[in-house]
Design a protein around this ligand. Structure first.
Ligand SMILES: [Zn+2]
Length: 308
């Protein structure tokens, strides 16, 4: 099911936009930040991606957080997954990271360093640099009502948690204005299903299956309802499904850069990793394990070299 015809419609309540504003003189480069939710660095490597390495080397980096909401807050502050450099003060790393945004955006680095009092990239780009800012998100914890959904001209929650193809159907970058676009997609999030996959027998778990929705409705998930922990065979099968999801996401990349003008900048990363039994853990969140912080990171310019 890859066409738009069979997909659920996006409701008006799932779209949020900021108030109109008078744009300052706009300059700068388009930037797309693509977050492949929950994708482990080694799952991506095991998928042997064909397209992604053409954008840039697949780096092994480290997220600042172990689950979706705080990890995205950090990303939107402009603080991307780090390299865990030894012997370097954190403040020096953060300074270098913010200076790198000047290069990514094609803006004066010192100007970008001053994100304004909100210390928030979408707000600064929109208000100070004339960017159009937009987000297409898939996980419920990023819905348009959450506090991190600010500073965007256009903020859309997709009806499916796992359909990058549907996002690419509607994604548009403006022709006469620089833009910043956040895309969050959940094919690599539990239960690691692709659009069109038949329903499977994976137990319902928090996150995609709506633990926060039940809490908001006054019906939190009782501990007794939690499924039994997965067997080693089941964990291995789930890991293989995440690898398959990574390959499917890689196959969609040419559709993404077909929508990005030449010299746009693309960042592909994950918000956190995933545990498949290491240390006795599954998933992410309350998991103090390095595999839940280990994420892939790739960035580069989009141009004819990718489209050939
Ligand atoms: Zn996540």
């Amino acid at each position: 099911m890859s066409g738009a015809a069979g997909r659920p419609k996006i409701s008006a309540a799932s779209i949020r936009g900021a108030s109109p504003r008078i744009l300052p003189a706009a300059a700068g480069r388009h930037v797309v930040l693509l977050v492949l939710d929950s994708l482990r660095w080694d799952s991506l490597c095991a998928a042997a991606p064909v397209h992604l390495p053409r954008l840039g080397p697949i780096e092994r980096r480290w997220s600042y957080a172990t689950w979706t909401a705080p990890a995205h807050y950090n990303l939107l502050m402009g603080i991307l997954p780090h390299k865990a450099p030894p012997g370097v003060h954190g403040v020096a790393w953060h300074g270098a990271e913010l200076r790198a945004w000047g290069e990514r955006l094609g803006l004066d680095a010192l100007a970008v360093l001053s994100l304004g009092p909100a210390l928030y990239l979408p707000s600064a780009l929109r208000e100070r640099f004339g960017y159009r800012t937009q987000a297409f998100v898939s996980l419920p914890s990023l819905n348009p009502a959450v506090p991190l959904a600010v500073g965007f001209d256009h903020y859309v929650q997709m009806p499916q948690h796992n359909d990058l193809g549907a996002i690419l159907d509607i994604l548009e970058l403006p022709r006469h204005q620089p833009s910043f676009t956040l895309i969050n997609t959940g094919e690599a999030h539990y239960p690691y299903l692709l659009p069109g996959d038949p329903p499977d027998d994976a137990p319902r778990l928090a996150g995609v299956h709506g633990v926060f929705g039940r809490v908001a409705a006054g019906a939190p998930v009782p501990v007794a309802e939690a499924p039994a922990f997965f067997s080693p065979a089941r964990l291995d099968a789930l890991r293989q499904r995440q690898v398959r999801a990574a390959a499917a996401l890689d196959a969609l990349l040419p559709r993404l850069w077909a929508k990005m003008p030449d010299d746009s900048h693309l960042i592909v990363t994950s918000d956190h990793g995933e545990l498949f039994g290491e240390g006795g853990y599954f998933g992410h969140g309350p998991v103090p394990h390095e595999k839940v912080l280990e994420v892939p990171f790739v960035e580069g310019r989009v141009g004819p070299h990718l489209r050939g």
